[in-house]
Ligand binder design. Structure first.
Ligand code: ZN
Length: 386
């Protein structure tokens, strides 16, 4: 096991009715900016619950943060934060709203001229404006970590940022919200969370038994929960399991003491930036090809995953590893997720070159646990995704 440091200060308030406690989590003299997305919270009742819970607190609203939180829109929120002397942010939404809020928490205290530098120059956020979240769409795990991904249409970029100043002060997870989520978003959430676990697990054995078992448990639970939550998202028990799996998949716990990959996400972000393909779907496209390409380096973990998660016991290590990749792709298909770029766009010629060039231009010489995911490797992997 590798050395590690672990800190996760996020207070989780989990369960039915917990949204009512927001006020007890925010300083009574705070000036709050409440941020949300396209407005689904106004249809599913969450908006009203939050407004009631904020009674007596000074707040203003900023709606309209889109999926893949857009820099230009967030900059409008930033000027409101400055004009209105906001000192606390409240994100009510899914991964995009929460990630956008993290960017604002960082940008509000950023001393440089151009907040986009935080992303292009990889500036870590040591201190951010305090913020809380009310999660409405389980998927990314951002409600319990200090990372964020922001998009900028103008430049076709989608970049990550983070740092210890970007942990939420609190996150409210009420599984009742799952009842109103459509099948497409549920499938995306399951796929994103599942791939988060794989990115931190599918590397090479390092003797971290507990981390492996925790990761396998999350994958097993997601596989078991997936068809049930797709069938009936209003079942509270099922929704609660789904929601907690997504959070546990990326709150830092299973990543401690082990190598991790994250090349699938790096490539996936480029596909989203190029074609607007949903984040989770880009991962489902790339993961099987990535694992095939690096079979030699990942076969032992793939075979272990095959045995413990998919019950694959026959054949050599290679055979079991390959079967495990097949099972993974079938799992995505079972959620109605297509796994070829051509399923999403007819204009895919040259994608491999565009993605490998984009990564090269960012100065990323090589990604992955062995730093073997070079622009050349990326080219071959993406070409196999057509
Ligand atoms: Zn993801």
């Amino acid at each position: 096991m590798q050395n590690f440091e672990l800190i996760n200060p996020v207070k989780i308030l989990f369960g039915k009715g917990e949204i009512a406690k927001i006020k007890t989590q925010i300083p009574s003299n705070a000036r709050v900016l409440m941020l949300y997305g396209a407005g689904s919270i106004k249809k599913n009742g969450i908006y009203n619950q939050v407004i009631q819970a904020l009674d007596g607190i000074t707040y203003i609203e900023f709606g309209g943060i889109p999926a893949n939180p857009e820099y230009a829109i967030l900059m409008k929120a930033l000027s409101i934060i400055r004009q209105e002397k906001i000192d606390f942010l409240l994100a009510v939404g899914g991964g995009s709203v929460i990630d956008g809020t993290k960017f604002l928490a960082s940008a509000a205290l950023f001393e440089g001229e151009e907040p986009w530098d935080i992303l292009t120059q990889g500036i870590r956020t040591e201190k951010g404006m305090p913020f809380g979240t009310v999660l409405t769409l389980p998927a990314t795990g951002t409600e319990m970590n200090s990372g964020s991904v922001i998009s900028r249409k103008e430049t076709g970029e989608k970049l990550a940022m983070g740092g210890p100043g970007l942990f939420p002060q609190f996150s409210i997870l009420d599984p009742s919200v799952v009842a109103s989520i459509n099948k497409r978003q549920l499938a995306n959430g399951i796929t994103d969370a599942f791939t988060h676990v794989m990115e931190q697990y599918m590397t090479y054995p390092i003797g971290a038994d507990l981390q492996d078992r925790l990761a396998e448990s999350i994958m097993n639970s997601l596989i078991e929960t997936a068809p049930k939550v797709m069938q009936d998202p209003s079942d509270y028990t099922i929704a609660a399991n789904f929601m907690w799996c997504c959070t546990m998949a990326l709150n830092g716990l299973i990543q401690k003491g082990v190598p991790s990959d994250w090349a699938i996400h790096a490539m996936g972000h480029e596909l989203t930036a190029l074609y607007g393909i949903d984040h989770a779907r880009t991962l489902a496209i790339i993961a099987p090809r990535h694992y095939h390409y690096f079979l030699e380096h990942k076969k032992e973990k793939l075979a272990q995953y095959g045995k413990r998660v998919w019950n694959i016991t026959e054949g050599s290590v290679e055979e079991r590893a390959k079967k495990a990749i097949e099972k993974t792709e079938s799992f995505f298909h079972s959620l109605d997720i297509d796994t070829n770029i051509s399923d999403y766009t007819t204009d895919y010629d040259g994608t491999a070159k565009k993605v490998s060039n984009a990564l090269r231009n960012r100065g990323w010489v090589a990604l992955g646990e062995h730093k073997l995911v070079t622009p050349e490797a990326v080219h071959t992997i993406i070409e196999a995704c057509y």
